[in-house]
Design a protein around this ligand. Structure first.
Ligand SMILES: Cc1ncc(COP(=O)(O)O)c(C=O)c1O
Ligand SMILES: Nc1c(O)cccc1C(=O)C[C@H](N)C(=O)O
Length: 409
């Protein structure tokens, strides 16, 4: 058997013995033959068939039938109701600490400003140079706005941000540390508990960006002592394009003041009174009218993760990334393709990034033939493997297609 036939055979065996394989059929488009391999579930997760029904019901029964009455009949409470479910199933958070609102970018701003205000007199923010642009741009803006200084964790930090690096960089003047749980490019998985402790030992707060971890690996925000966190819901939470983000604020920090003082974060919105009085609890971190259509589909993925179990989802995620690495090493190493993600599964999230100078051009050709990974500058193809909707066969088809394009290049 050729090496290729062996990999194709292994993919078939892995799919045949995958205890979560049947979940794939619950997603719209799983049988669309024009998509040879969807490897971008960490940018935009596939829709669930259940969400099509839920959105239809929302439009016909709730919006169409109940009209404005639907706000009182459930819509106004939805950001916290979904937040509680997210906390229970995905984030390891007791009720009353999560809310769905805004975008991740806006929530990161609100939470970072709230944290800065809660550490008066401290003048520094620690941030990772390799963090996602929004995260970096937000603290750059806040530093300019509030007259603060930024400290940068510079790469390489032996693969990713470690507790030792954070401990060495924080001090009595550090107000806030802003980091990602899973790095958007490399997929490096940061150790939240030890990094949070390192920051707390210096009296700083930590804001965690969980965009690339929520829904793909177990998270225990309460148990890990996390202060503040935010993440998006259109990746592994399959909420759809532009679905609103979520924020976690630990109960003991819910007296923090957030900067976007809107009526729906105030005590009695419908009194329309003078002077902003922040609501109690997590509701004070909301600002304006909740995007009900946008947050509707998230509920189906939370329910699906609940059904499958996050530990099983992580097992499949590890198996998918292990197989991707094995296939890249076997099929692409001879072309000079380098693996930019950690090789140790314990240090890796749900995606694998591989680098090659031809990948920008290769990605265009892949998309034309229905093989859909992400390209990330300067030369990375990011294979985003969504455990409940990605098959091992898909991973192999994607990697075989990359090799075919490199052969032509
Ligand atoms: C790690 C990370 N942080 C923040 C964002 C920004 O999210 P949004 O565009 O929803 O504000 C993204 C993705 O876009 C991301 O991957
Ligand atoms: N939010 C996105 C969008 O509106 C268009 C294209 C991609 C995205 C993404 O989510 C990118 C993603 N956060 C990343 O890690 O690269």
């Amino acid at each position: 058997m050729t090496a290729d036939a062996q990999l194709a055979d292994r993919a078939r065996t892995l799919d045949a013995t995958d205890p979560l394989a049947a979940y794939r059929s619950r997603f719209v488009g799983h049988d669309d033959e024009s998509v040879t391999a969807y490897l971008d579930g960490n940018s935009l997760g596939r829709p669930l068939a259940a969400s099509v029904d839920r959105v239809r019901d929302l439009m016909l029964q709730q919006w169409g039938g109940r009209l404005i009455r639907a706000w009182d009949e459930g819509w106004l409470a939805l950001p916290e109701r979904i937040g509680d479910e997210l906390g229970r199933v995905v984030l390891g958070a007791a009720p009353g600490q999560c809310v769905v609102a805004d975008s991740t970018t806006v929530l990161l701003y609100k939470l970072a400003r709230a944290a800065i205000a809660a550490r008066p007199g401290r003048r520094r923010i620690l941030v990772d140079r390799d963090n996602f642009p929004s995260d970096r741009f937000i603290v750059e803006g806040i530093a300019a706005e509030c007259g603060l200084e930024l400290d940068w964790l510079e790469p390489p930090h032996a693969g990713g941000v470690t507790a030792e690096a954070v401990r060495a960089a924080v001090g009595p003047d550090t107000a806030l540390v802003l980091l990602s749980h899973v790095a958007y490019r490399s997929g490096y998985l940061a150790d939240i508990p030890s990094i949070t402790t390192a920051a707390h030992d210096a009296g700083a707060l930590v804001l965690w960006d969980l965009c690339h971890s929520a829904g793909v690996l177990p998270v225990e925000l309460d148990a890990w002592g996390v202060d503040l966190a935010a993440g998006c819901s259109y990746k592994y939470l399959n909420g759809g394009p532009g679905a609103p983000a979520w924020a976690y604020v630990r109960t003991e920090h819910q007296h923090f003041q957030q900067p976007i003082q809107g009526w729906l974060g105030s005590t009695e919105p419908f009194e329309m009174g003078q002077g902003y009085q922040p609501a109690g609890g997590i509701r004070r971190f909301a600002s304006g009218t909740p995007p009900i259509l946008g947050m509707t589909a998230i509920q189906d993925m939370i329910a699906l993760i609940d059904e499958a179990g996050l530990a099983a989802v992580r097992d499949k995620s590890v198996a998918l990334t292990e197989f991707a690495i094995e296939a890249v090493q076997a099929a692409l190493a001879d072309f000079g393709v380098a693996i930019a993600s950690p090789l140790d599964a314990a240090e890796r999230g749900g995606h694998v990034t591989i680098d090659h100078p031809a990948f920008k051009h290769v990605t265009v050709r892949l998309w034309e033939q229905g093989v859909i990974p992400d390209f990330r500058e300067p030369d990375g193809i990011r294979l985003g493997l969504s455990p409940l909707s990605t098959s091992f066969a898909e991973v192999w088809r994607g990697i075989a297609a990359i090799r075919a394009e490199l052969e032509r290049a």
